[in-house]
Ligand binder design. Structure first.
Ligand code: DAH
Length: 352
C-alpha cells in the first residue's frame, strides 16, 4: 500500500459539492445541497466516519483534509446564499417589478455660460485664434497702468474696482491678459482670453458684481481697422446669424486708439426699434479698437513695427441676448430649475 494519502474521495466530494452549489437556482435547492453535503447525515459526515477504515498513522492527515474541504464548501454555500438572497429576499434587495418602465436618470449638464463660451471659442479657433488666460487676482499694474490708465486718472473710477491693497485687485476686465501675453510672446499673435471679472456694482437685472468677458487681441505687421471689422462681423454672423448687421461707433478706451463700440442690429425687431434695443434698432456687443502705442511700449513691443486690434465681449450679455435671459443674476444663482432648460435631452450634448 502506498504511503501517500489517497485524496481522491475528498477531491471528488469538493468537486461535486461546488458544482451542485453553484447550480442551485434558488434558496430552497441551495438548502437541499447544504443538507446533502454538510448536514449531520451528509457526505462530509460519512467521509469522516470512514476514517476508522484507515491505518492509524494516516487518520490525522485525512481528518485535516476533510475539515479543510468542509470549510471550503461552507464558504461556497455562504457566497451562493448571499447572491441568491439579493434576488429573492425582501427589503433592500428587492428587484421590484421588472415590467415597470425604468426610472429616468437625472444627469447634470453644461451651464449656459459654458455653452456660450464653447460656441465662441469654436468660432474664434476657426479664425486662427488661440486661448490665453490670466489670474482673477491681478496687479494694478496689469489691470490699469500698463493699459494706459494713468494713476489717479478718472477713467479708473468707471470700473468700480475691488482693491485687495493698493497694488493688488480683482481684475475689472480681461484686458490685462493682453499685456501678460505680449510680455511672453512675439508677434504675430492672435488670442482670445475668456474669464471672470469683478466690479463693485449693486446687483440689478443687468449688473452683477462678478461677470464674464472675453478679450481678443491680434498683433502683427499692418493689422488695420478693416481686420477688426472683419473678425467682429464674422463672429456676429456665426453666433447670431448672417442677417445681423454690424456697425462701429467712436468711443473712448485708454488702451486703444482709435476706440469704438460695436453694435449689431437688434435680433428682435431687426432694426426698427423695440423695448429690447431701447428703440434704437441696435444692440451694443463689444468694445474694441487699435492697440494704443503706449500699451505696446509697456509690453516691450516697438509701436513703429507692429499694429494690432483688441476687442472685449461681455459673455453674460451675449448669453442673455442669444437665449432671451432677462436677468444677469440668473447666471450666477445655480438654480437648476432655470439652468436645466439649456441642458438638452441628456445633458451631455456635444457641441460641434
Ligand atoms: N476692457 C473693456 C471694458 O471692460 C472692454 C474693451 C474695450 C476691451 C476695448 C478691449 C477693447 O480689448 O479694445 O470695458
Amino acid at each position: 500500500m502506498s504511503e501517500e494519502l489517497d485524496r481522491k474521495p475528498i477531491d471528488d466530494l469538493l468537486a461535486r459539492a461546488s458544482s451542485a452549489i453553484s447550480g442551485a437556482g434558488n434558496l430552497d435547492s441551495l438548502e437541499r445541497e447544504r443538507v446533502r453535503f454538510l448536514g449531520r447525515k451528509g457526505e462530509i459526515t460519512s467521509l469522516l466516519r470512514s476514517i476508522g477504515d484507515l491505518p492509524k498513522e494516516k487518520r490525522p492527515a485525512f481528518g485535516d483534509s476533510i475539515n479543510e474541504v468542509k470549510e471550503q464548501i461552507q464558504k461556497l454555500h455562504d457566497q451562493r446564499k448571499a447572491f441568491l438572497s439579493r434576488d429573492e429576499g425582501d427589503g433592500d434587495f428587492c428587484m421590484g417589478d421588472p415590467t415597470l418602465p425604468g426610472r429616468r436618470m437625472i444627469s447634470g449638464g453644461r451651464h449656459v455660460l459654458q455653452k456660450v463660451l464653447a460656441e465662441l471659442t469654436n468660432i474664434f479657433f476657426g479664425m486662427g485664434y488661440s486661448l490665453a488666460e490670466g489670474p482673477d487676482v491681478e496687479l494694478d499694474y496689469y489691470n490699469f497702468e500698463a493699459l494706459n490708465f494713468p494713476v489717479d486718472h478718472p477713467s479708473r473710477d468707471t470700473q468700480d474696482t475691488f482693491y485687495i491693497n493698493k497694488d493688488i485687485l480683482l481684475r475689472t476686465q480681461t484686458s490685462p491678459v493682453q499685456i501678460r501675453y505680449m510680455e511672453k510672446h512675439t508677434p504675430p499673435l492672435r488670442i482670445i482670453a475668456p474669464g471672470r471679472v469683478y466690479r463693485n456694482e449693486s446687483p440689478d437685472p443687468s449688473h452683477a458684481p462678478e461677470f464674464h468677458q472675453m478679450e481678443g487681441l491680434y498683433v502683427d505687421r499692418n493689422v488695420s481697422l478693416a481686420d477688426l471689422r472683419n473678425d467682429v462681423t464674422h463672429f456676429v454672423h456665426a453666433f447670431f446669424g448672417p442677417e445681423a448687421k454690424v456697425r462701429f461707433r467712436p468711443h473712448f478706451f485708454p488702451f486703444t486708439e482709435p476706440s469704438a463700440e460695436a453694435d449689431m442690429t437688434c435680433f428682435v425687431c431687426r432694426g426698427s426699434g423695440c423695448p429690447i434695443c431701447g428703440r434704437t434698432g441696435w444692440i451694443e456687443i463689444a468694445g474694441a479698437g487699435m492697440v494704443h502705442p503706449h500699451v505696446f511700449r509697456y509690453a516691450g513691443y516697438d509701436p513703429d513695427a507692429y499694429t494690432g486690434f483688441a476687442f472685449g465681449l461681455g459673455l453674460d450679455r451675449l448669453a442673455m441676448l442669444k437665449y432671451g435671459i432677462d436677468d444677469i443674476r440668473r447666471l450666477l444663482a445655480n438654480d437648476t430649475r432655470f439652468l436645466r432648460q439649456f441642458w438638452g435631452e441628456t445633458g451631455l450634448e456635444v457641441l460641434e
